[in-house]
Design a binder for this molecule. Structure first.
Ligand code: DGL
Length: 287
């Protein structure tokens, strides 16, 4: 792993690397592209191994290192972990191993929730791994110690989203089942603590009571990326038109066709990568 520490930033016009277990991180990618259209972006979606949220922490950590190694080898100047599960399972560990700025999704989402709540009752929904990690509870209570915090794992949401079932009877009845306790808990703010969930925002909003603020952390993450780039003096040339390239560990055709639906525009420039070959086999520590 020491060789990764010595990787250096190529130039300010180097791309920003963004990754997720699949297509969910496109919510974050789109927000970054909108806010900083001059930045080149590389997106890796690990569709061949999705979902991460049902896997053990050790497995998610291994996948996260492989994903990050791949992006580092592409010469990125910064990495955005556009996956709550990967952030929850690995953040402290990856920060110790890589010598480049890393932005994750949990702190920005927690900050947005604390800013939004009026009654101090905050809910978070996420994958089983994210909820079990307790990272949101820690992050939210760090910012608002007296907060009444509620969390619920919704493991079927990711396959529903990846299947494109964003708004139908099945997604609605699954959401109603998962969210019934959350509804009665009195939360006025609910964090969509998985980058796939914004695609179910309509259904989740219908199931939860009117007036509940749904926090989609994608925009908050994009703002954190902008701030981090500015702090590190890494801004790309202002007149540049940023290009976006995509990599997946599964079928390119499937990724591009579903990805185009997710993006709302044609997904071009998709390449398949054998991600399990990118891992160098070095030791990695526990988070
Ligand atoms: N989109 C991811 C997240 O934010 C991961 C979902 C999964 O692969 O289970 O947690």
């Amino acid at each position: 792993m020491d060789s990764l520490k010595s990787e250096t930033v190529k130039s300010n016009n180097s791309p920003i690397g963004v990754f997720d277990s699949g297509l969910g991180g496109l919510t974050v990618l789109s927000a970054i592209h909108k806010l900083m259209p001059n930045e080149d972006l590389i997106y890796f979606g690990d569709s061949g191994r999705t979902p991460y949220g049902t896997k053990s922490k050790e497995t998610v950590l291994k996948y996260t290192f492989q994903d990050m190694n791949f992006l580092v080898k592409q010469g990125v100047k910064m990495i955005v972990i556009a996956c709550n599960t990967a952030s929850a399972c690995s953040l402290k560990t990856v920060r110790e191993h890589y010598n480049l700025p890393i932005v994750e999704v949990i702190e920005p989402g927690s900050r947005a929730a604390v800013n939004a709540t009026r009654n101090g009752k905050i809910g978070v929904i996420g994958t089983a791994a994210t909820v079990a990690s307790g990272v949101y509870e820690n992050a939210v209570k760090n910012l608002l110690p007296d907060c009444d915090f509620h969390a619920k794992a919704c493991p079927l949401f990711v396959p529903l989203v990846e299947e494109g079932w964003w708004d139908n009877d099945i997604s609605r009845s699954i959401a109603a089942k998962y969210l019934s306790d959350m509804k009665t808990s009195g939360v006025d703010t609910l964090v969509l603590g998985c980058t796939h969930y914004p695609y179910l925002q309509k259904v989740i909003g219908e199931v939860m009571d009117d007036g509940i603020v749904l926090v989609n952390s994608a925009l908050e993450v994009a703002k954190s990326v902008r701030d981090e780039i500015a702090e590190n003096g890494l801004e790309a040339d202002s007149g540049k038109v940023g290009k976006v390239s995509y990599f997946t560990s599964d079928s390119v055709d499937k990724f591009a066709s579903l990805g185009s639906v997710f993006l709302g525009e044609e997904m071009k420039d998709v390449t398949k990568v054998a991600i399990d070959k990118e891992w160098d086999g070095g030791a990695f520590g526990e988070n």
